[in-house]
Design a protein around this ligand. Sequence first.
Ligand code: PLP
Length: 387
Amino acid sequence: MTMLFDSKLPDVGTTIFTVMSRRAVEENALNIGQGFPDYPIDPRLGHALLEVVEEGRNQYAPMEGVMELREQIARKLHTSYARAFDPATEITVTCGATESVYDAIQAVIGVGDEAIVFDPAYDVYDPAVRLAGGRCIRIPLTPPTFHFDWDRVRKALTDHTRLIIINSPQNPSCSVASRTDLDSLAALIRDRPITVLSDEVYEHVLYDGRQHASVLTHDELRPRSFAVFSFGKTLHATGWRTGYCVAPAELTRELRKIHQFNTFSIVAPLQHAIARYLREFPDAWQGLAPFFQAKRDLLSGLLQGSGFEPVPGAGTYFQLVDYGALSQSNDLDFADRLIREAKIATIPLSPFYAAPPAMTLLRLCIAKQDETLRAAADHLTRFAARL
Ligand SMILES: Cc1ncc(COP(=O)(O)O)c(C=O)c1O
């Protein structure tokens, strides 16, 4: 049958995450590519969910999010960033951070507008900008440091630039933005009508004592920023699809207009359960950095000398490895070979770039049980030894 309408995203296929996970199933390979924990959530969070369902908190939540949850988010933000946020006007609960990103982009971008995005970019930004009628100007972060080139950003600014999307700690490069980066960004957009969308879902996963530089703590950026967060990441519960957006009242008002007609409101029992859990265990998320740092160190230690060189990362629950000492094949081919021959699925980096630089990097997810990480290192080490 002929197509009845024009595709809005004609070149969008299946994401690299789906492709690699499907290949992992086909080849019966260990999947250490896709970013989700393979260990259980805190049972106390599960109990809180059972309790609220039994108490009958099963009907529509308010559009903005359950107030108790927004209050807990405000308290948590105060603990993290020593700033006050109004739960009534500045915090909105959404379907994962993904919905916050989508809503913020729809709120800001119109036909012909431009959004600046940094490659390797998480894959939800570009399609959302295009669906809004805009286009992404993609600026590469170059391996191995993946540092921002602010001069290049300055040259990319035009009269159509409406949004700059940053992500720190950054998936998939594992780099983080510094306070100086935020200062540079603020200086660049000072006299321009440009909003910032700051994806901070890995806010608590920074290594070696680094501190997260949130736009929420930057006095010049905060009034023009949407900051997005994810309980999926913070509570090891990616399937709960609960995230939130923090933004000044005027920006939040516009975001909620989109949210209202997009998902309207988020699963009520999940919101009540998270609120209860955070009230009863307000420090539950505090140990995330050492928890993941131990996993990073375990995997890096096991891979030393294997030929898969761990690239020192600053944050996120991923670890990059460089296979350049073993092969110069492109990363898509090499990742597929690993699935077939080493029975392990990883994520190649080039699909996250509009114009990939020459590199031999793969992303591994370290949000896995220690046994899984040991098995992954074993698969990789044995494969490398056979080459
Ligand atoms: C950088 C980044 N942003 C946003 C998300 C989406 O978060 P959520 O699962 O809460 O929608 C992810 C998930 O992997 C991510 O890595």
